[in-house]
Design a binder for this molecule. Structure first.
Ligand code: SF4
Ligand SMILES: [Zn+2]
Length: 140
């Protein structure tokens, strides 16, 4: 684990976003991979206590996404940071980007019933704004 990663993982915004990502992925994993074996996440972020005492409990594929996403979030150049699915930089590799999109699309609206009312609404509004901007850019 690099010193830079450890340093970034102390930032309150990075911690908040990483936890949110963990919560969203848990919602997605439970709903979309109901039969998969799930275990508490083992990652650099979890080792640093970013998720608190209980790391997200997810399947192997979702764990892969979280391990990858922790790094992307830690080193994200955007400030303020949008939701990754609405970002114009797209620092994710294509398969992970698509996976993350699926997670956000599934868990965003459902997160309102899992103690994330504010984040759920924010996700919804940001999605609408993003679609509007895309239409304007494409001249539609
Ligand atoms: S996709 Fe965009 S917002 Fe997400 S981590 Fe990468 S640069 Fe930051
Ligand atoms: Zn899963």
């Amino acid at each position: 684990m690099s010193d830079r990663f450890t340093e970034r993982m102390r930032d309150a915004e990075v911690i908040k976003d990483t936890r949110l990502l963990g919560d969203f992925t848990v919602i997605y994993c439970k709903g979309v991979h109901p039969d998969a074996a799930r275990t508490p996440l083992v990652s650099d972020g979890a080792a640093l206590g970013v998720y608190g005492k209980k790391p997200p409990v997810v399947c192997e594929r979702c764990a892969e996404l979280l391990v990858y996403a922790e790094k992307r979030r830690a080193f994200c150049p955007k400030d303020p940071k949008p939701f990754c699915s609405h970002c114009d930089t797209h620092c994710y590799k294509p398969d992970m980007r698509e996976y993350m999109r699926e997670v956000m699309r599934y868990a965003g609206p459902r997160s309102m019933w899992h103690g994330h009312a504010v984040d759920g609404v924010k996700h919804l509004l940001e999605g609408r704004k993003h679609k509007k901007e895309m239409r304007r850019t494409n001249g539609a």
